[in-house]
Design a protein around this ligand. Structure first.
Ligand code: SIN
Ligand code: CO
Length: 371
């Protein structure tokens, strides 16, 4: 993607300008971000997805001043009727189940894949919504069907109404109001309060991002670093020839604490250990994702990553679905291109090394890519 090219998707801003002026900073309303937008997942298909065990879905209903929350899967009969007002069903990760939705999300790949999370679709009847709240993530809210009235504001008071199953701001302070029509889009940075209310039947697509929280990321990375360290051969064993006799046997020897400190530092100091652990963690497939193995023909003209595949890279490695490969030279360049573009055309494959072709073929067999 040429990130200096102005995009209708971003109200005529280039991705570079958008990231500099709006990302994480201020909202952007885009009228007709996608002109003539036809939602790839119609209502019936969405409600069917909400009925599947492996799909994460929620029902939010506003009834007699109360907010109700139920988790899916939902059979069609367990949802309120289409004539009932003020309910919404939210289906997470639709990009994992539908190629066109996945392709739509990739229009936002001017943000690193490591930050792109998923595409959620909500369906609401008249008056439906999830109430005034704020999220800790950036979001693009693309209006897909019908109209939704958004009120947004920088919230000074983050107090939530107590005892509600969903996060509802106790004192919502809207500053701006927009009525979104199909194809319109609203970008919101983290922390901006928002309340979207359906005006008639309504579908909204949310392109969401993941922002790792420090402690959780440390947990994931350290776990992987620890696993790699456990595989190390000839690791030294603790020795204490100078240990004196103790009258306080409960006390941990300072020398053992030092040994532990050095063991952890050693594991983290291995070249690429942290980078490898991070890349593997970031490309770990989402829970409930499985691939359908298929037998590739060995020779192929082009390769396309499966929509569920997560692929990233750093200077030394290629990461795919939680695994890492050391790569350099032209092989690395080719794999980096595959990670960036999610496909390799025939011209690119014509010069691929045998090793790359074998790896690609194994990925196709695993269902991670398709020839
Ligand atoms: C919705 O689509 O109704 C909810 C999106 C959001 O507020 O984050
Ligand atoms: Co929200």
């Amino acid at each position: 993607m040429d990130v200096r090219q102005p995009l209708q998707l971003l109200a005529g801003l280039s991705p570079t300008q958008f990231m500099r002026q709006h990302w994480h900073k201020k909202p952007l309303l885009v009228r007709q971000a996608i002109p003539g937008f036809k939602p790839p997942v119609p209502r019936a298909a969405l409600l069917q997805l909400a009925g599947r065990e492996e799909v994460e879905s929620r029902l939010v209903q506003h009834k007699d001043g109360q907010w109700l929350l139920r988790h899916g899967p939902f059979s069609r009969r367990s949802l309120p009727s289409l004539q009932t007002r003020e309910w919404t069903v939210l289906v997470q990760g639709v990009d994992l189940h539908d190629d066109a939705t996945h392709a739509l999300m990739q229009q936002f790949a001017f943000v690193p894949q490591a930050r792109l999370d998923d595409l959620m679709i909500s369906y609401a009847t008249d008056g439906g919504g999830v109430g005034p709240h704020f999220d800790s993530y950036d979001v693009f809210l693309l209006q897909a069907l019908g109209r939704r009235r958004w009120r947004i504001g920088r919230q000074k008071n983050p107090t939530l109404i107590e005892g509600m199953p969903v996060k509802i701001l106790a004192h919502f302070e809207p500053e701006e109001e927009y009525l979104l029509e199909p194809g319109d889009m609203l970008y919101l940075p983290p922390g901006w309060a928002h309340d979207g209310v359906a005006e008639g039947e309504c579908m909204t697509y949310s392109i969401g991002f993941r922002s790792p929280e420090r402690a959780g990321l440390a947990h994931e990375v350290l776990l992987r670093v620890a696993e790699a360290a456990a595989d190390e051969d000839d690791a030294p064993i603790y020795r204490d020839p100078r240990q004196s006799a103790v009258a306080t046997p409960g006390a941990i020897p300072a020398q053992l604490q030092q040994f532990a400190r050095e063991a952890v530092q050693h594991a983290l100091a291995q070249p690429g250990a942290l980078e490898r652990a991070l890349g593997e963690a970031l490309t770990e497939p989402k829970p409930n994702v499985w691939f359908e193995p298929s037998s590739s023909r060995g020779l192929f003209e082009r390769v396309v990553l499966d929509r569920r595949t997560r692929m990233m890279y750093d200077d030394q490695h290629i990461f795919i679905n939680g695994e890492s490969y050391h790569a350099e030279g032209p092989d690395a360049e080719l794999m980096q291109r595959l990670a960036d573009e999610r496909a390799l055309p025939p011209q690119a494959l014509a010069h691929a090394s045998d090793e790359v072709l074998q790896t690609l073929s194994a990925w196709c067999d695993a269902g991670w890519a398709h020839a």
